[in-house]
Design a protein around this ligand. Sequence first.
Ligand code: DAH
Length: 353
Amino acid sequence: MSSLLNQLHSLRAQAQQDIAQADSLEGLETLRVRYLGRKDGQLTKILQALPSLSPEEKKVLGREANEAKISLETALNEKKGAIEEKTLNAVLSAAAGQDLTLPESPLSVGRRHPLAQVMDDIVGCFLRLGFNLAEGPEVETDFNNFTALNHPPDHPARDSHDTFYVKNFRDGEGLPLLLRTHTSPVQIRHMQTHKPPLSIVAPGRVFRHEAVDATHSFVFHQVEGLAVDVDISVADLKGVLGLFARHVFGSNVEIRFRPAYFPFVEPGIEVDISCTLCEGKGCRVCKQTGWVEMLGAGMVNPNVFRAVGYDPDKVTGYAFGIGVERVAMFKYGVDDMRLFFENDVRFLRQVSR
Ligand code: DAH
């Protein structure tokens, strides 16, 4: 019995000393568990001897153990308060001379450029429909940009794209390389390296040698689409473009097809969407027609299939080319394309999320 009491006294003395020396809240917690822990604490271990003692001895050891517990708990709490106060004082003295009540300076967060957002939105819509992403270089061969897309060498449609030629660099035929005038050459690259069935979207920058004004720029963005399989029809094209239009412009928009000419498709189609600004009633933007021209599309011309080694008797396909700036201008009601390139943050903040 007296050895148990001795153990208790030395435990209490040792614990007091350890607590006095502790200098962190974690250290204090370790001590609490070591001395007062319910399961393996040292006090609990001493009390395990209680059942073997006489009633008188139980009373003495029990009382002493209780006192030790209360005094150690008090010491732990006091030390905890002291450590917390010390930490706070350290923070305050580090901030000495600063006014902690001043409001923080406003933090402005950057975000994606509106054109990048619109492009992501368009591409994301097609990816969710099961299209794959394809990309091609901005410097192209004459073959990929024109010839394979059914513009023969002397075809007048070449003139409708005012092309930037890259001086002193030529392709395998000795023809000058050029800055691609549209994203359609990605179709050619993809078909040359893949077999049908396939469906891709190809976003990217394109270049034309033209003067900059409210609706023209020498650099702009397109998203090209292409699907090839057996029995692909205009109905497939119309379905997919309808989904695209509702995704980008809202669930109420309608689309309409008008015949048009592009060398690489037959029939060629211009796609209009119903004007969301006036809901089809007629306004300045839709020039009172209720419709806005939005993109070019069509069924892949057999000559294009021949150029990439596909058999036009076995497969059919549709293609489309979406002008990203056009979509962005209409979506945000902006009538001058230059605003998207000037990057005045006051403008960018109005037209981006
Ligand atoms: N490449 C055309 C342009 O830049 C746009 C276009 C029209 C792409 C019809 C297509 C298409 O794939 O089928 O003007």
